[in-house]
Design a protein around this ligand. Structure first.
Ligand SMILES: Cc1cc2nc3c(=O)[nH]c(=O)nc-3n(C[C@H](O)[C@H](O)[C@H](O)COP(=O)(O)OP(=O)(O)OC[C@H]3O[C@@H](n4cnc5c(N)ncnc54)[C@H](O)[C@@H]3O)c2cc1C
Ligand SMILES: NC(=O)c1ccc[n+]([C@@H]2O[C@H](COP(=O)([O-])OP(=O)(O)OC[C@H]3O[C@@H](n4cnc5c(N)ncnc54)[C@H](O)[C@@H]3O)[C@@H](O)[C@H]2O)c1
Length: 484
């Protein structure tokens, strides 16, 4: 069989492009097939930053900072001009787009093909696009997912927005005032807070007991409390059963509550983009929420690999890139590598930020038994930097074995995204918690929180070792008595 490319990558967002560049660096020949890149999530991040800035400016008075109108003693009101904010966000998207442009990829040796294409199985496995048949030794599906829409009575006829189109579809100069968000995905938590900070009235509705069922409950509760402080009304254990339009208002029936709103955002999960790919013909299987892959990220056709949102799980760009690395190496060389999500962190850009890696306390206790686990925690208020910046809401929680092996961590607080990365590295490199405790972190810095949390381990070891405590007491008693 003759081939045109060592790998054909289908889907060219940040992950597809990342995989394509990594392949060319390894001197493999690569085709990247892309239908239409959507940088919606960068747009969202920009809006989220504007929301945080607005909040920061509103809090300025706590630091004794007051702004007054020229020639009057009236205080300034903080407000966001949506068209200008959207223009700023579009500018960021355009910069990122430029950095990842097809011209740059082509210059680096990637054959970029615009189109949608589909697999064909005969006479040989190939990917047909724009009247061309791309024959790859292997294929990588990085073609993402789209919002899953629940079968709720009246939802389709009433109309709704999703995480993919929320910002792009807003045409008015002002945001709709009242929002209902259905579903507690990581991204919907962030969007709820951003909308509230931009002046909207937001109700977040989830059908489970927690806004984020896979997160440490203590921390999910703290995050929920912060959302409520920001003015988000949170309804848990409240399944939405019906949606309807009455005149120009939308109405939501959630358990025994009827809620009137201007706009609805549906965020209950994603489903893979698979329909147009002709996957059944080439033996690739899928489920409702994801493609079926093994630990090597091979689909049920061993020459076709997949990574990113198309294979399900939490949708995060860094998780997609991690999977792309594994899938790419398996596809180009011998398929030996297996995914291990234990050391891949993820974070929500909420304020305070939530970041998690490895096992939660409950998962660790289930896997190793409750007596084998130590939970080390430190609150942000103990760190000088948090006091200086006035952001003392936060906690760092490390889950460790008695041996000092780190199993997981959850951090809620400023710079949690930065703190989680060294913990992920410690987990992957099996660096014991005592080494994190010996950090000598820069003072004042948020890393102190990590250092202090890790030091709890030595303190716990000492407190639970009576023989060592007796020895130390005796040792210093002896030195004092003998003046040594
Ligand atoms: C509102 C929002 C906020 C987010 N915030 C964050 C965040 O803060 N941090 C974070 O890590 N992640 C965030 N994410 C998630 C992140 O965007 C995704 O996890 C990441 O982009 C995964 O990349 P992917 O390549 O799997 O899928 P996508 O980014 O969806 O890319 C798939 C690509 O494949 C193309 N494609 C689809 N079908 C075909 C076809 N048949 N042929 C050719 N091409 C095709 C599409 O056009 C698209 O460009 C957010 C997502 C949303 C919606
Ligand atoms: N990283 C992880 O640890 C992990 C683990 C499991 C699942 N996931 C992923 O997280 C995503 C969500 O998973 P899930 O199993 O919670 O999905 P789900 O469809 O059961 O729920 C998603 C969210 O929508 C809410 N919801 C759904 N229907 C609703 C309704 N009618 N009314 C009100 N709220 C409603 C749920 O309460 C939840 O907050 C999926 O994409 C899944 O693959 C991640």
């Amino acid at each position: 069989m003759s081939i045109d490319y060592d790998i054909v990558i289908i889907g060219g967002s940040l992950t597809g492009r990342y995989a394509a560049l990594a392949a060319t660096q390894l001197h493999a020949t690569v085709a990247l097939v892309e239908s239409q890149v959507n940088y919606g999530f960068i747009h969202h991040q920009a809006m989220s930053e504007i929301g945080k800035l607005t909040q920061g400016l509103s809090d300025a008075a706590n630091f004794g900072i007051h702004a007054t109108q020229a020639n009057t003693s009236d205080k300034c009101q903080i407000s966001v001009a949506l068209p200008e904010a959207m223009q700023y966000a579009r500018g960021i998207v355009s910069n990122i787009q430029e950095q990842n442009s097809p011209a740059i990829l082509a210059a680096l040796g990637v054959d970029v093909i615009f189109g949608k294409g589909q697999f064909q199985s005969s006479p040989h496995l190939g990917f047909a696009v724009n009247n061309r048949l791309l024959r790859g030794r292997t294929y990588l599906l990085a073609n993402g997912s789209r919002p899953a829409i629940p079968d709720i009575e009246g939802l389709q006829t009433t109309g709704y927005l999703t995480l993919s189109d929320i910002w792009q579809s807003l045409k008015e100069a002002k945001l709709p005032k009242n929002w209902v968000i259905i579903g507690g995905l990581p991204q919907s938590i962030d969007i709820a807070q951003t909308l509230a900070r931009l002046g909207c009235s937001v109700t977040l509705i989830v059908k489970y007991a927690s806004i984020l069922p896979y997160v440490d409950p203590e921390i999910a509760q703290l995050l929920q409390a912060q959302l409520e402080v920001d003015g988000v009304r949170v309804l848990t254990q409240t399944p939405v059963t019906q949606v309807m339009r009455i005149q120009d208002k939308k109405w939501i029936q959630a358990a025994d509550k009827a809620i009137e709103t201007d706009e609805i955002l549906v965020a209950i999960g994603q489903q893979p983009n698979i329909e147009s790919l002709n996957l059944a013909t080439v033996g690739v299987k899928w489920q409702q929420r994801s493609l079926v892959v093994n630990e090597k990220l091979q689909t049920t056709n061993h020459r076709i690999y997949a990574c990113g949102d198309v294979i399900g799980g939490y949708d995060f760009a860094n998780i997609a890139n991690y999977e792309a690395k594994i899938a790419l190496k398996n596809a180009l060389f011998f398929p030996n590598l297996r995914v291990n999500y234990q050391c891949v962190p993820w974070a929500i850009s909420s304020d305070p930020t939530l970041a998690q890696v490895g096992l939660t306390e409950a998962q660790a206790k289930r896997r190793f038994g409750p007596n084998e686990i130590l939970v080390l925690r430190q609150y942000y208020k103990s760190a000088t930097i948090a006091q200086l910046r006035g952001d003392t809401t936060g906690i760092c929680k490390l889950i460790v074995l008695h041996s000092g092996e780190i199993l997981g961590a959850t951090v809620l607080g400023t710079e949690a995204k930065e703190l989680i990365n060294p913990i992920a590295l410690a987990i992957s490199q099996k660096i014991l918690v005592k080494h994190l405790g010996n950090l000598s972190a820069v003072y004042p810095s948020y890393s102190e929180i990590l250092e202090q949390t890790a030091q709890e381990w030595s303190q716990h070891r000492l407190n639970s070792n009576n023989a060592l405590q007796d020895f130390l007491e005796g040792f210093f008693h002896f030195r004092r008595n003998w003046n040594l």
